[in-house]
Write a protein that binds this ligand. Sequence first.
Ligand SMILES: NC(=O)CCC(=O)C(=O)O
Length: 258
Amino acid sequence: MKIACVQMDVAFGEPEQNFAKAEEFIKEAAKHKADTIVLPEMWNTGYALDQLGRLADGNGERTKKLLRRLAKNLKVNIIGGSVSTKKEAGFYNTMFVADRNGDIAAEYDKAHLFKLMDEHHFMNAGSKANLFKLDDIVCGGLICYDLRFPEWARLHTLKGAKIMFIVAEWPEKRVDHWQLLLQARAIENQCYVVAVNRVGSDPNNEFNGHSMVIAPWGERLLSGESREGIFYAELDLDEVDKVRKTIPVFQDRRTDLY
Ligand SMILES: NC(=O)CCC(=O)C(=O)O
């Protein structure tokens, strides 16, 4: 599976600009024969949390329409990063996934809200896991701060995920945590981790990308520097089974102890 990580800058509180840019990036990645294209977190509005009443996507309709159209026309899978959505109960940080047929394969509301960026004052947390199939491969999808909760990633790999997609607006000042935690999640879960972070800045933070693709043995297949652009990597899914056979962590877990 050829992966395209769209490490884009997000215009703060400017969905029109961001929708146009995301579309251009997706088209460019499709030209490079990507199978699966991944966008970053909250790419429609950025963390313009006090403007969500005006800016958030109503039930994600605009986002779903864009992703479905592009996925179907270009015959690609799209992990739509996440967008701010307005649903009946309030605002959410929502990931939509569209498959090559143009169907929505997943809708996931971020489960862990990040207090340091005030998310809990404005957003509601989701409470469902995010498992979906792309080209017959079981995948999981997490959003940014979710990465700090190993049990959450584990729950997805216990249910069969071989690729974990993680989308983020993870500030530069903690990028060392980002890199280490991503590598740890890949090694401990013996799965591919595909992680896309934004670049640029908003009124509160600087973001320096470092999107990463990590193999199940822990090798960094991609470390996306700090510039805006698309970064590519190839996944060989047989590697997951090989690594899980070599060190059978999933069989050796002491479920009688924990
Ligand atoms: N957008 C987020 O959830 C940021 C998480 C983060 O920066 C962290 O350190 O965790």
